[in-house]
Ligand binder design. Structure first.
Ligand code: 4AZ
Length: 255
């Protein structure tokens, strides 16, 4: 009897302990998307790049001219250009398209690694992109473009399909709504003028989408920057606000 009780206790603690070790097992999972999005074809997102560091998937990026792309500063921070390459013209993260060496990094001088203020880098690549059906630049917005609260924007990438989830092989995208700056700051407390927030129920960018494009009306309005978790209704996704960084881009590379 005692023996049996001991066995029960042992079993119970094993169950409790293993639960304690894998709490994520019990978290709701969103169904296989960027988070909550769908598969996308590179021909519909021809500006989308894979940014690789030492040949491993690192981040997203977006083509802005024949030899320039934009990504997040936190994706290039501390890297030598020679460590970085981009893949253009492929829906698949690890194959196809063309590979281009990064030759120079223009990291925003105001980039702050702690709060991710000014989270933008322009990268120069060689050889230049060969524009075609799956390889095209995305237009930059004017600095006075109105990115209205409640308006829709399209984010794409090869990031995880749930918080701490799997990295998909195939490009995905999802539509989000731009949200009010004060509302976003209420969630985080350190939202600056170079940031912008977007969300939608059950939808978000996620780990690995960083550096990738958020597009509205054919213009690059945001760069995936950070978020607390993914698709958590309390925490919108945060993007570098390209309109606020527009003058720096012009000054830095003349575009
Ligand atoms: C990341 O770690 C990341 N939900 C990017 C975007 C978001 C969260 C995390 C936004 O790359």
């Amino acid at each position: 009897m005692k023996d049996n009780m001991f066995r029960c206790l042992l079993l119970a603690s094993l169950v409790v302990c293993s639960l304690g070790h894998s709490p994520k097992l019990w978290r709701p999972r969103f169904n296989g998307k960027i988070v909550g999005g769908e598969q996308a074809n590179i021909e519909d997102y021809p500006y989308q790049l894979v940014l690789r560091r030492s040949n491993a998937f690192e981040c997203g990026a977006a083509i802005i001219s024949e030899n320039l792309a934009i990504t997040a500063a936190h994706c290039t921070d501390g890297a030598k250009p020679s460590y970085l390459t981009v893949r253009a013209g492929s829906s698949i993260v690890n194959s196809g398209g063309s590979i281009h060496q990064v030759t120079k990094i223009h990291q925003h001088p105001g980039f702050d690694i702690y709060v991710l203020d000014g989270d933008i880098s322009i990268i120069e690549v060689s050889p230049p992109f060969e524009f075609g059906r799956g390889v095209q630049p995305i237009a930059l917005p004017d600095s006075d473009m109105d990115v209205a609260v409640g308006s829709s924007a399209d984010v794409s990438g090869w990031g995880t399909t749930s918080d701490d989830g799997y990295l998909p092989d195939h490009l995905r995208h999802v539509f989000l709504q731009i949200i009010d700056q004060d509302e976003c700051n209420q969630a985080y407390g350190y939202i600056t003028d170079t940031m912008m927030c977007a969300k939608a129920p059950g939808k978000d960018s996620c780990q690995g989408d960083s550096g990738g494009p958020l597009v509205q009306d054919g213009k690059l309005v945001g760069i995936v920057s950070f978020g607390q978790g993914c698709a958590d209704p309390r925490y919108p996704g945060v993007y570098a606000r390209v309109t606020a960084l527009r003058d720096w881009i012009k000054q830095e590379v003349g575009l």
